[in-house]
Design a protein around this ligand. Structure first.
Ligand SMILES: Cc1cc2nc3c(=O)[nH]c(=O)nc-3n(C[C@H](O)[C@H](O)[C@H](O)COP(=O)(O)OP(=O)(O)OC[C@H]3O[C@@H](n4cnc5c(N)ncnc54)[C@H](O)[C@@H]3O)c2cc1C
Length: 364
C-alpha cells in the first residue's frame, strides 16, 4: 500500500483525491487547514465547461441542485455600453463554501481520508526523496504528495512565468435588476480586467473587481467604490451589504511550468493554473487535479519510485490539456488592452457582433 498526501481540499485537491482513489492500493490523505464548510473568497461562477467536468466526475447534478442557474452573460465596456448574450450554454453560481464541501465530502465518500483543521507546514525530504510531511498536528510518513493549497502556496514554490492579480469583493442583498445573467464589465478603473455582479440567488449577489496593480494608481477600495458608483449606481439604492469586503491575490499564468519535484506534483492555483484574462480557476483546478491524481496513481501503481524523471511528463500533460485555454485567455487579455473590445461592444446590438463575442468568450 502506498500513501499519498493531497495538500489542500479545494477543487484541485478533491479532484486529485478522487482520481487517486481509483487505484485500490493507494491510501489517500486529503488534508486541509480549514474545517468544511469553509469560506473561500471567490465569485463562485461555474462556467459551462466546469459543469461539464463536474458531470464527468459524477457530481454535476448534486452541484446543479444547490446552485443558482445562469442562462446569459452581460458584457460591458468603457462608456457604459453593455450587451446581453444569450445562448444554449448553461452556467451556474454556487457559493464556494457549499461547492467545496460537496467536493470534499465526495472525495471522502470515494475513500479518501479527509483530515480537516490540519495545516501542512513543510515537505520532509531525505537525500532528495520525499518521505513525509510536517503538519501542525505532527509529522506523517508519505510516499508522495500532490500540492493543491492554492495561490498563496509556499510548499512547492518555484519561479513560474505569470502574474498576481488583486481582487476585492463583497456580498449584497436587494440589488435591482438581478436576473439569470453573469454581469462582467471591463470598466476603466479595472481595465484590462473587470468588475462583476454574480447572482447567488434571486436576492443575493456577489460583486467584485479584479485588477492588475500595474494599471492605474487607485487602491482596491477606491476602484471598488468607483465601480459600484459608476457602473451600478441606482441599482444599489435598496441594496445592503452582508459582511465585509474581502480581497485575495489570484496567481495566473499562460505558460504552466515547474509543476513537478521529486515525489511531488502541483495542481490548481498552487501552480498558477488560472486563466490570465478571466481569473477563472475552478475549471483548471479540477482538470489539473484529475490529471495529477491519475498520473501519480499510475506511477505508484506500477511500483515505480516517483522520482523527478518519472513524474516529469505531468508538466507536458498539463501543457497539452490545459495550457491552450490559458493561452487563449492571454490573447483575450491582449485584446482587452486595446480598443477592440470596446468597439465591438459599441456595436453590441448587432446579431453578428453578439455571435462573435459569444464565440470568443466560449473559446476563451
Ligand atoms: C476574488 C476571486 C474571484 C474568483 N472568481 C472565480 C470564479 O467566479 N470562477 C472561477 O472559476 N474561479 C474564480 N476564482 C479563482 C478560483 O477561486 C481559484 O483559482 C480556485 O479556487 C483554485 O482552486 P484550488 O483548489 O487550486 O485552490 P483553493 O480553492 O484556494 O483551495 C486551496 C485549499 O488549500 C487549503 N490550504 C491552504 N494552505 C494549506 C496548508 N498549508 N495546509 C493545508 N491546507 C491548506 C485551503 O484551506 C483551501 O481549502 C476567483 C478568485 C478570486 C480571488
Amino acid at each position: 500500500m502506498k500513501r499519498v498526501a493531497v495538500i489542500g481540499a479545494g477543487p484541485a485537491g478533491c479532484a486529485a483525491a478522487i482520481n487517486l482513489k481509483k487505484f485500490s492500493n493507494i491510501e489517500v490523505l486529503l488534508l486541509d487547514k480549514a474545517t468544511f464548510p469553509r469560506r473561500k473568497v471567490c465569485g463562485s461562477g461555474l462556467s459551462p465547461w466546469t459543469l461539464e467536468l463536474l458531470d464527468r466526475m459524477g457530481i454535476g447534478n448534486t452541484v446543479r441542485k444547490a446552485a443558482y442557474p445562469i442562462r446569459a452573460g452581460i458584457i460591458g465596456g468603457v462608456g457604459g455600453t453593455a450587451v446581453e448574450l444569450r445562448s444554449h450554454y448553461e452556467a451556474a453560481v454556487l457559493v464556494r463554501s457549499q461547492l467545496d464541501t460537496i467536493l470534499a465530502h465526495e472525495a471522502a465518500h470515494r475513500g479518501a481520508q479527509l483530515i480537516e483543521d490540519t495545516r501542512v507546514e513543510e515537505l520532509i525530504r531525505e537525500n532528495g526523496r520525499l518521505i513525509g510531511i510536517k503538519t501542525n498536528q505532527g509529522n506523517l510518513e508519505v510516499d508522495a504528495a500532490i500540492v493543491c493549497n492554492g495561490g498563496t502556496s509556499k510548499l512547492a514554490s518555484a519561479k513560474r512565468p505569470g502574474n498576481t492579480l488583486r481582487s476585492l469583493m463583497g456580498w449584497y442583498e436587494g440589488v435591482d435588476s438581478i436576473g439569470d445573467a453573469l454581469e462582467i464589465y471591463f470598466d476603466p478603473m479595472v481595465k484590462p480586467y473587470y468588475g462583476w455582479v454574480f447572482p447567488e440567488s434571486q436576492n443575493r449577489v456577489n460583486i467584485g473587481i479584479c485588477y492588475d496593480a500595474a494599471y492605474g494608481d487607485l487602491n482596491a477600495r477606491q476602484r471598488f467604490q468607483q465601480f459600484i458608483e459608476e457602473r451600478l449606481g441606482k441599482r444599489m439604492r435598496h441594496a445592503s451589504q452582508i459582511g465585509y469586503l474581502m480581497g485575495h491575490p489570484i496567481a495566473v499564468t499562460h505558460k504552466p511550468t515547474a509543476l513537478v519535484q521529486a515525489g511531488v506534483l502541483v495542481a490548481g492555483e498552487a501552480g498558477n493554473l488560472v486563466d490570465p484574462a478571466t481569473a477563472e480557476g475552478i475549471h483548471t483546478a479540477l482538470a489539473s487535479g484529475l490529471l495529477a491524481g491519475e498520473f501519480m496513481g499510475s506511477v505508484l501503481d506500477r511500483g515505480t519510485e516517483p522520482s523527478f524523471q518519472k513524474l516529469a511528463p505531468y508538466t507536458q500533460l498539463i501543457q497539452k490539456k490545459i495550457a491552450p485555454r490559458l493561452r487563449a485567455g492571454n490573447w483575450f487579455l491582449q485584446a482587452a488592452k486595446t480598443p477592440i473590445l470596446d468597439l465591438a461592444l459599441r456595436f453590441g446590438s448587432l446579431k453578428s457582433v453578439q455571435q462573435t463575442l459569444l464565440w470568443v468568450i466560449a473559446g476563451v
